[in-house]
Design a protein around this ligand. Structure first.
Ligand SMILES: [Zn+2]
Length: 214
């Protein structure tokens, strides 16, 4: 969802910047397609790299826990008991539960991962799946302001592209606000102001640069 919004805003701003500089629709189309691909690939690469790094960090922490459980079972049992005391169990019960959980090394590791590291070792997330999701969501967003340039050109395409890009980004913002139970009206208005501001800025700057090149 955030990827869709990113794709919308970044590509409508790019397209209007190019449209401000050049009235050649073919040129705007090429720029829009390049913007879509460049953005989608960089979002996917960024997602992949960050999730890989996160997974490697968690795997290293799990390995440290695994070694510690094998080599210092007393200390690890005490650590677990302390966590359960903090949660409200009395010391005797906490000690019992901790000892029971520690009797199976696999269960022990799982419990330590959840209680100490705050991770579920079975749900570390797949970096490739996440990268593919980023790629597609950005692409879908970036494709929307490109549509008018596939079928038209000139001032009509500029307005249609700006309207679609800004309108869709406001709609996505409103939907996200609704899902996360924030104010829909405020989010939609903010999204409209920010997205149309970005378009106006790139259009004007594109116009200035285009004029100076010509
Ligand atoms: Zn531990």
């Amino acid at each position: 969802m955030f990827g869709v919004s990113d794709g919308l805003v970044s590509n409508v701003a790019l397209i209007l910047g190019i449209a401000g500089a050049s009235t050649d629709a073919a040129f705007v189309r090429v720029a829009g397609v390049s913007g879509l691909l460049a953005g989608a690939v960089s979002m996917a690469a960024g997602e992949y790299v960050s999730l890989r790094a996160q997974a490697e960090l968690v795997e290293r922490e799990l390995e440290i826990e695994r070694i510690s459980i094998a080599e210092n079972p007393e200390a690890e049992t005490a650590e677990l008991a302390a966590i359960y005391i903090e949660r409200g169990l009395n010391p005797e019960q906490a000690r019992l539960v901790a000892t029971e959980l520690m009797s199976d090394p696999e269960v022990a590791l799982d419990v330590h991962a959840r209680e100490e590291l705050g991770v579920d070792p079975n749900q570390l997330g797949n970096p490739l799946t996440a990268a593919a999701a980023s790629f597609w969501s950005f692409s879908i967003g970036a494709f929307v302001p490109l549509v008018p340039w596939l079928v038209g050109s000139g001032t009509g395409a500029v307005w249609a592209s700006a309207g679609l890009g800004v309108g869709a980004s406001a709609a996505v913002g409103g939907l996200l606000a609704r899902l996360t139970e924030r104010s829909v009206v405020r989010t939609v208005v903010r999204q409209l102001v920010v997205a149309s501001g970005a378009c106006l800025a790139t259009y004007l700057i594109g116009g200035l640069l285009g004029a100076s090149v010509a």
